[in-house]
Design a protein around this ligand. Sequence first.
Ligand SMILES: Nc1ncnc2c1ncn2[C@@H]1O[C@H](COP(=O)(O)OP(=O)(O)O)[C@@H](O)[C@H]1O
Ligand SMILES: [Mg+2]
Length: 254
Amino acid sequence: MRISIRSSKGGVGKSTIAISLSKFLAEQGNDVLLVDRDVIGYSSYLAGITSPGLVKAVFEGQDAHSIKEIKVGKGSITVLKYFGDGPEYVPNLAKIHANRELISYYSKVYRELITSKPFSFFVIDNPPLIRDSDEIYLFEHNEFNYVYPRVKHSYIFVSDGIDENIKSNLEYMSQLNVKVDQRLAFIINMVRPDELQKYQNIVTNIINNLNVRIGGVIPFVENIFQFSGELKDFPLPKQMRELYVKLVGITLEM
Ligand SMILES: Nc1ncnc2c1ncn2[C@@H]1O[C@H](COP(=O)(O)OP(=O)(O)O)[C@@H](O)[C@H]1O
Ligand SMILES: [Mg+2]
């Protein structure tokens, strides 16, 4: 199963959900590939990857050491740093895509990295507001499908509790080329603990009206905020665990 984490907004917890979900899946005994497409490479940083991301390495003609495996319980998280070197990924990517030699090197390296183990889950952390027609989306998606034509795709949408952001995420979800049955979850994150019920009602409406399979409300949790320890120690509060238990159950039916 491939789970792509999406939002129309930055700073709402996409990387936090990607990391905590990967950790949960690994604890359950899965080998997880976490493709870190965050601009500043939050999960790569927590994994201790100091080399440039894949795009920068390819662009500069270096060998890509943009990957690290971390054992968690009976499973593992392999983090692949894809961007992570700041906003220069945009011009670098455009130049790679315009150069046939670079693109075939890029594609060879990416294919090798995503097949470095027999992974059972692929979690894709993304920059905000990526669309199906974007160059930064197409290449990775097409290469992935080429290598894994039978792996199912699903999407998790993440918002914070600000009304405008929920609205913009709903619009974003409806504009994407995502089939209704691929809408795995809509998560409202960083909610004040005394407002959990209010947001639970909002999320229940969303999933019922828009055929999302599951809804989640995650409170603001002090020890998650700006967490900078090791990836394997990433906090998993009970609301996340409960949500991820249900989520895994649903991926088995998909
Ligand atoms: N549930 C939460 N409780 C506390 N802090 C959170 C929570 N979710 C995210 N954060 C914090 O909010 C900031 C943005 O989160 P991040 O996952 O990097 O968002 P995004 O990937 O969408 O830009 C980070 O400092 C992170 O630690
Ligand atoms: Mg992020």
